[in-house]
Design a protein around this ligand. Structure first.
Ligand SMILES: *[C@@H]1O[C@H](CO)[C@@H](O)[C@H](O)[C@H]1NC(C)=O
Ligand SMILES: *[C@@H]1O[C@H](CO)[C@@H](O)[C@H](O)[C@H]1NC(C)=O
Length: 186
C-alpha cells in the first residue's frame, strides 16, 4: 500500500515538473539514446603556428602586460588566428585555424590562460570545431589542457590536448607548438 502511494506521489511530482516545464514552452528535453554509450576517440596531431613578427602576424598582443610583472607577461592579452598544419613546416597542409586568445595569468612564472577554438577545414572534419580552455606554462616540456566541447563531428566532445614546443624564435617571438588532441565524442 505504502509502495503504491510512493509511486503515485512520484508520478504526480513528474507531472508537475513536466507541466511547469511546459509553461515556458518546450525548450528542453532529455533523452538517453543507445548511441550515447558508444563514444569514439579521435586523435588529431596538428602544429600550431604563432606568428608574431612580420607584416602579417597571426597573433597580436592587444593588451600589454602589467609593467611590474612584465617578465611573466602577467595581464597581457594576445588574440590569435593561427594556422594549424599537418606537419611542422608552415608550408605543410593547413588543416584548420586556432582562433582565440591567451592571457598572462601567472605572476611568478610564465603561464597563460588559453581559450581557443580549433576550426578544422579539411576532409571529414571540415566545419567541425573543438574548444580548448586551460593553463599553459609554456616553458614546461609537456603541457596539458582540457578540451571542453566541440561542434559538428565533435558535438559533446571532451578530452585533452598535449602540447610540446617544437621551435621558439627568441628574436621574433614566433613559435611552433605540436598539439596532440585526444577527443571523445559520439
Ligand atoms: C616547405 O619549405 C621547405 C623549406 O623551408 C622546403 O624544403 C619544402 O620543399 C617546402 N615544402 C612544400 C610542400 O612546399
Ligand atoms: C569546407 O566547407 C566549406 C563550406 O561548406 C567549403 O566551401 C569548402 O570547399 C570545404 N573545404 C574542403 C577542403 O572540403
Amino acid at each position: 500500500m505504502s509502495k503504491l502511494i510512493l509511486i503515485l506521489a512520484a508520478k504526480i511530482l513528474l507531472l508537475t515538473i513536466f507541466a511547469s516545464a511546459g509553461d515556458g514552452g518546450d525548450f528542453a528535453s532529455t533523452t538517453n539514446p543507445k548511441q550515447f554509450n558508444q563514444g569514439k576517440l579521435t586523435h588529431l596531431r596538428v602544429f600550431w603556428h604563432d606568428i608574431r613578427s612580420g607584416r602579417n602576424p597571426s597573433s597580436i598582443m592587444i593588451q600589454p602586460p602589467v609593467r611590474k610583472y612584465s617578465s611573466t607577461y602577467f595581464g597581457s592579452i594576445t588574440m590569435m588566428d593561427n594556422a594549424l598544419t599537418s606537419d611542422v613546416q608552415i608550408n605543410s597542409t593547413v588543416v584548420g585555424q586556432a582562433q582565440g586568445f591567451y592571457a598572462g595569468s601567472a605572476q611568478r612564472e610564465l603561464g597563460f590562460l588559453m581559450a581557443m577554438t580549433f576550426a578544422f577545414k579539411t576532409g571529414e572534419f571540415n566545419g567541425s570545431t573543438i574548444t580548448i580552455l586551460g593553463r599553459n606554462t609554456v616553458l614546461s616540456e609537456v603541457r596539458e589542457m582540457p578540451v571542453v566541447g566541440g561542434s559538428g563531428i565533435f558535438r559533446f566532445a571532451r578530452g585533452y590536448v598535449e602540447l610540446r614546443t617544437k621551435s621558439f624564435d627568441h628574436k621574433s617571438g614566433d613559435a611552433i607548438v605540436e598539439y596532440n588532441c585526444y577527443v571523445l565524442h559520439y
